[in-house]
Design a protein around this ligand. Sequence first.
Ligand code: NDP
Length: 460
Amino acid sequence: MSAYDVDLFVIGGGSGGVRAARIAAGYGARVMLAEEYRVGGTCVIRGCVPKKLMVYAGRFADEFEDAAGFGWSVEKPRFDWGTLKRRRDAEVTRLEGIYDANLIRAGVEIVPERAVIEDPQTVRLVKTGRTIRAERILVAVGAHPVKEPDVPGIELAITSNEVFELESLPERILVIGGGYIAVEFAGVFAALGSNTTLLHRGDRLLRGFDDEVRDALAEAYRHRMDLRLGRTLRRIESRDGGLRAQLDDGTEIDADQILVATGRRPNVAGLGLERVGIETDAAGAIPVDAYSQTRVPSIYAVGDVTNRANLTPVAIREGHAFADTVFGGKPACVDHRLIPTAVFSTPEIGVVGHSEAGAREAYGQIDVYKARFRPMKATLSGREERIFMKVLVDRASDRVVGVHIFGHDAGEVIQAVGIAVTMGATKADFDRTIAVHPTAAEELVTMRVPEVTKHPVGVG
Ligand code: NDP
């Protein structure tokens, strides 16, 4: 008889944990998974999935407007928040059921309660007090949104968790932050008809993205909402049944809801890490090696709790690689260097590889190809927004080292471009690819003249 109750105990039923549990069980491991909230985790329950459904909802506003230029007359469209919320929540529940069913079908035992680490090979279930002996433990507990900055009245704000529970569309909303979540939700609320203000402490949104993409986004958002850059929040107070935010320059913003999207922190509190000697890093994350193993050999961690690249597909890959390595006899680790990503703002952003500044730093001499143009649809719709594309090429090897798209469906396009870039495509490969006409994406293969570099020779 085994000295262990299970071969693997997974703490957390989000993207990383579910994938690891399923694959490990597929290799014949006895797997138990604890989830204290809802199986599916942030992405399915209160992240990517319900957010994207809201993004779709918002985009109809543009479609109704654009239709007029093509001969359609659409009576004043009306949006009903209750219908969207009900249908979105039903879809999330449906997906949760599928996640549950897939785990059960794979032979994973799901325990719907919180689990904490007792020792390197023991987990305690908090509600029932049961202890489980596990040969290996995988921590996949994710992260939670923070309520920052720490100013008076910040408790009156909501985070990206509560935003999915709102019972009505706020007439006025103030969104604070300049990362993925703030940018996406500001776009959603503005499109759905809320009077939206986006407040960010920096001079540009989306730190880490290419500067010209950041500028293009700011320009588009200025037409869609009240964008306040380089300003910080000083306090929030209740006022006349609503909220009033005061900024550092003394200006005040009245809103029905204030959404703070100023980052997320790993869910490590009370997990028992100190009992096994795992110290978290400065960001509160669990340090792991390339195989997601912590300094305690029997304990592994994947996903946002490790703060490597906090994206669902990355957590899934990490979970899969862990299971392949430990239970499948196929050592695998995830390459975090080249990760295509999209921001579901409207217009959308799709990126793979380096920003221009990052490419110059990494390669020295680079060639920069750019296109900025009005999409064909806009010729009749009259919409003013431009598409912006940028391809960055390492001059020495001709390899494409960065592609940036700002425009409709950028997320869809960048997924395909990501394959080419991951394979090591050169600019010559892009050039010999025949264009699909007429599309916006054909610009990616028809850019012929690099921008004349403003940098002295030798700097790139
Ligand atoms: P991010 O870390 O991306 O952004 C946080 C933002 O808040 C930054 O603009 C930051 O400013 C600002 N900020 C941080 N602290 C403060 C403060 N004290 N006062 C004022 N502003 C502050 O976090 P998000 O919450 O937007 O997203 C979390 C993660 O979720 C992301 O890293 C992303 O990986 C993932 N995600 C991915 C999505 C996608 O793939 N489409 C969608 C949503 C989330 P500054 O830049 O100056 O530091």
